[in-house]
Write a protein that binds this ligand. Structure first.
Ligand code: PRP
Ligand code: URA
Length: 211
């Protein structure tokens, strides 16, 4: 597997927060806050290659030649449900970011992704898109969501997750070699129900308190 497109975060703050996230005793409130905070910290790195342009700003002292982000258009697309938990972390850093939504769930029998909702910004094809989902397990959901976005003409896509399984990374890098993957932690394996081990359980249920 060529891993040059896969970024696993080793920052101590991220590792610490992921550890609390994994704890089965972490409350729904704390889980939500942590998902959002980790997503914000990751966004800092995932936006490192945004293009800059030089402008002149008048400080109280002199004219400064300084950099601002060039008019590059960004959008984030959370995969429903659990990706929703990462959106406000991105919005905290990029207040004007546009948000599209894709609804996919994993059929518990076939484990294949089933699409049930899609609403994207009208000009999505002109934007750089970051797809958000806390869990990359088999990779089926992320790969399907990204294929779907490519069908809409989107050319620049990154994928950001919190926990990734090796087989999910392999599937995504094989299906979409052009997509950079950012994950806060890479775990060991999947269990027989395609849950990530050790993982953090069902991200959607823990975020929304549905179980
Ligand atoms: C979870 C998770 C991903 C998917 C990952 O969603 O949020 O979307 O599973 O698994 P995969 O890599 O094997 O496709 P789930 O299908 O449980 O739906 P939910 O967010 O509505 O709980
Ligand atoms: N989806 C989750 O929410 N958790 C996993 O471990 C795998 C898929």
């Amino acid at each position: 597997m060529d891993n040059s497109n896969v970024f696993v975060f080793d920052h101590p703050l991220i590792q610490h927060k992921v550890s609390i996230l994994r704890d089965k005793n972490t409350s729904t409130k704390e889980f939500r806050e942590l998902v959002s905070e980790i997503a914000m910290l990751m966004a800092y790195e995932a936006t490192r290659d945004l293009p800059l342009e030089q402008v002149e700003i008048e400080t109280p002292v002199a004219i400064a030649k300084t950099n601002v982000i060039a008019g590059k258009k960004l959008a984030v697309v959370p995969i429903l449900r659990a990706g929703l938990g990462m959106v406000d972390g991105l919005e905290a850093l990029i207040p004007n970011v546009r948000v599209g939504h894709i609804g996919l769930y994993r059929d518990p029998k076939t484990l294949k992704p089933v699409e049930y909702y899609c609403k994207l910004p009208e000009d999505i094809a002109e934007r750089d898109v970051i797809v958000l989902d806390p869990m990359l397990a088999t990779g089926g959901s992320a790969s399907a969501a990204i294929s779907f976005l490519k069908e809409r003409g989107i050319k620049s896509i990154k994928f950001m997750c919190l926990i990734a399984a090796p087989c999910g990374i392999e599937k995504l890098t094989t299906d979409h070699p052009d997509v950079k993957i950012y994950c806060a932690a890479k775990d060991e394996k999947l269990n027989d129900h395609a849950y990530i081990v050790p993982g953090l359980g069902d991200a959607g249920d823990r975020l929304f308190g549905t179980k």
